[in-house]
Design a protein around this ligand. Structure first.
Ligand code: FAD
Length: 360
């Protein structure tokens, strides 16, 4: 099914629209693509079907990969011939504190690396050809320096998928292990110690893309809710005439309409290369809450049908629930944004160097 959709997308000239032309993409600037990303993301399969799914990895590798990495992987990624995944979160340390990353990479005399550790909730790891892994290359547990990103081919000896981790019944997340995996010297991204900066940059873009897609998914749930309310009657007449149903519609519309401008504010700042940390934090929390709220209302208006297999609402609700944890839980963004704002009001006890913890 996905293969057929991808062929259609290529034929229609819709393949990989936000990716660079010289790599085989459509070359659409981020701000223009943002206008489409909401519609494309209304289905979880949209970005994969239309070839825009590798945007984050292509951006990261184009900026921080060496010539060998760029030559070997960028075009196959854009063509959809290879897939990647991104592994930061670990089973034994809080994901909200990457400085405690336990995975280690040791440099050999020939410049290559040996990676040992375990990651979990790595999306798409089972079908991936490459995994970007965060590992400590120097320093001790908790140090703010010494974290690096390495690109590991999953065919390497010592790499293994340990198990699948269903999330509220849905597949796609995995626990993975690195048992002395040898990685070529040129598969380090940037310089040793660059992980916080590269991951931070990746996450700004990644969170904003997710927000756009969550808007699309919430709009889809909203449309289903309104169609159900307009087309069904209860014992007291049409659902659309019931004030408590109207209240669901109003609150959901308000959540959608107040979140959309926040997301596009973040898009505009990222597009112009400005500091978007506050705006991305606001948008991420608002969009995740909004998706959870709108999908919950849509299910309520459908009754049991909303929990059954005949609508996409259970999957949309699951995305909304996971949204409040993945890419950093709400609490992390709330405290990061509030601290940054309070600093501007002279709360000097908050260290100015306190970075947002980069999250996967
Ligand atoms: C569907 C899904 C897909 C994912 N995909 C990936 C992926 O591809 N790659 C990857 O690396 N990771 C991925 N993750 C992991 C995700 O990024 C982490 O789960 C998330 O960052 C939180 O880390 P943690 O689970 O270790 O929670 P912890 O750090 O253990 O935090 C647990 C809870 O503690 C509280 N808390 C934490 N920090 C604070 C704070 N500062 N203030 C107040 N309370 C706080 C919050 O309630 C938080 O939810 C995925 C997760 C999910 C659910």
């Amino acid at each position: 099914m996905l293969t057929a959709l991808r062929s259609e997308a290529r034929y229609a000239g819709l393949w990989a629209l936000p990716l660079p032309v010289e790599l085989g993409g459509g070359g659409l600037p981020f701000r223009a693509y943002a206008e489409l990303a909401e519609a494309e993301g209304a289905s979880d399969h949209g970005p994969a079907a239309l070839g825009s799914a590798p945007l984050l990895d292509v951006t990261m590798l184009a900026r921080h990969g060496g010539p060998g990495v760029r030559e070997a992987y960028l075009k196959p990624l854009v063509a959809g011939d290879i897939r990647t995944c991104y592994a930061m979160t670990e089973p034994d340390v809080p994901g909200t504190d990457p400085f405690r990353t336990g995975t280690r990479a040791e440099r050999l005399p020939d410049g290559s690396w040996v990676v040992t550790g375990r990651k979990w909730f790595t999306s798409g790891a089972a079908g991936a050809d490459l995994v970007t892994v965060m590992a400590r290359t120097s320093g001790a547990d908790g140090d703010r320096d010494g974290l690096s990103l390495l690109l590991v081919p999953t065919a390497s000896a010592g790499f293994r998928v340990v198990r699948e981790l269903p999330v509220l019944g849905a597949v796609g997340q995995y626990e993975i292990a690195f048992d002395r995996v040898r990685v070529p010297a040129d598969h380090l991204l940037g310089e040793p110690g660059d992980a916080p900066a590269i991951a931070g940059e990746r996450l700004q873009l990644g969170r904003t893309l997710r927000c756009l897609r969550w808007l699309g998914q919430a709009q889809r749930a909203f449309d289903l809710m309104c169609a159900r309310a307009a087309g069904h009657s209860g014992s007291r007449g049409p659902l659309a005439d019931q004030q408590l149903i109207q209240s669901h519609v109003f609150d959901a519309l308000l959540a959608l309409r107040t979140t959309r401008p926040l997301v596009h504010e973040a898009v505009a700042l990222i597009d112009s290369g400005q500091d978007a940390r506050t705006e991305v934090g606001l948008a991420k929390v608002a969009a995740a809450r909004m998706l959870q709220q709108v999908t919950d209302s849509a299910i309520q208006v459908h009754g049991a049908a909303g929990l059954g297999p005949d609508t996409p609402l259970p999957a949309l609700f699951r995305t909304g629930r996971a949204a409040r944890i993945l890419d950093g839980p709400d609490e992390l963004h709330i405290t990061s944004v509030a601290r940054r704002v309070l600093r501007e009001y002279g709360r000097t006890s908050v260290p100015p160097s306190c970075p947002d913890a980069p999250r996967g």
